[in-house]
Design a protein around this ligand. Sequence first.
Ligand code: ACO
Length: 405
Amino acid sequence: MTDFVVRPITDDERRPTFDLLGQALHSPQLSDETWAQIGDSWAAPGKFGAFADDRPIGITSGFATTIAVPGGAVLPAAAVDGVGVRADWTRRGVVTALMSAQLNDLAERGTSLACLHASEAVIYGRFGYGIATSGATVRIDHPARLREGAEAGGAVRLLDTGEARAQLPALYQRIGLHRPGMIARPSLWWPIALNRRLSREGGYRVAVHTGPNGEDDAFAMFKSVDQSTAADPERGVLLEVRDLQGANPEAIAALWRFLLSIDLVATVSSRFRPVDEPLSVLLTDPRRARTTEVEDDLWLRLVDVAGALAARTYGPGEPVVFEVDDRLLPANRGRYRVGPDGAGHTDAGADLRLDADTLAMLYLGEWRASTLAQAGRITVVDPAAPARADTLFATGTRPWCGTYF
Ligand SMILES: CC(=O)SCCNC(=O)CCNC(=O)[C@H](O)C(C)(C)COP(=O)(O)OP(=O)(O)OC[C@H]1O[C@@H](n2cnc3c(N)ncnc32)[C@H](O)[C@@H]1OP(=O)(O)O
């Protein structure tokens, strides 16, 4: 029996659904003052609510963006930025109904992909989302210095809060979506992100790098965390770097040099960095930089499998025929031939069979088909096909999202 309804939310339901999400995520109660600053960013379009007796019991929110895919194409995507069910309604199919409504709506609108960051890794696979990028936590202990020639020169300056709000959106846009998995940050993303980080409680500061050509080309947000304890009062500050973006490797290196030069710092740390960022080899002493964790970052969902497969480029070699199953969006079911010349529907027999979530793991180049076949996530019909698929889907750089939403 269905005892709740799922439908798009109205303008009047924005605040109640935001509060519902906050409670599901154990966030502090939002003040009216903060809502006045960020409320416009929680716009009704793209949000589905579940309602019992006209009261919200569940929410899924998505905003429209674009995402870079291998080969450089940029596709329309939904960034699913808030999913929550009221604690007295969980495990009764509410989020299943919300996911179905949202994905069918995106398919009707011609959105190619949906993506999210998952609070728990057991939730979204059943809805066709797969881990499509990973992020590394890096830790650099002082003293650490960059090698000569690692960066292109230029200058770094600190921004005040007003300058950061005014300058960062255009700077991120200029930096561009240069890795598969990077997403555009629409204007509604910035108030929520900056409010959280640049407030007194957030405590982040912003550094911007200007390249030798006089143009700003990189920025970083960072804050100081006191590590001293009664037992170890001399332990220096930890500098936590949150959002480091740059147009090219030299600009990114220049910001690392700046961050490593700040006085009274014992350690510089950053979560969700690209796993192939060459930090240790930038340093005179490579052992000063350590990767302490690699974790799942962006979860991707191919909403339009044919369109998404056709939009990316592929490596050399013999084609592979994939048979895709998709329980939530059955229009995606079928066989697709993927080769160096592109991808599209085919009547040819399948070489590999897989579900939508596993296809999402392959799509940006994060996982090898051979690995997923060994793990039993791909059914192998032609034993030579996983190796061929490895070559076809391989990318020059690892995919990376770099934007939290
Ligand atoms: C993108 C983001 O916003 S990530 C944030 C996600 N939100 C949160 O973590 C907030 C706290 N949690 C919640 O609000 C809810 O528990 C949700 C959204 C995770 C799940 O909502 P529910 O309505 O309980 O999910 P629903 O009842 O549709 O469950 C579907 C299936 O997933 C399983 N499932 C759902 N959540 C979980 C979980 N956290 N752990 C294990 N299994 C889960 C259910 O057991 C069920 O399995 P079944 O089909 O085999 O019976």
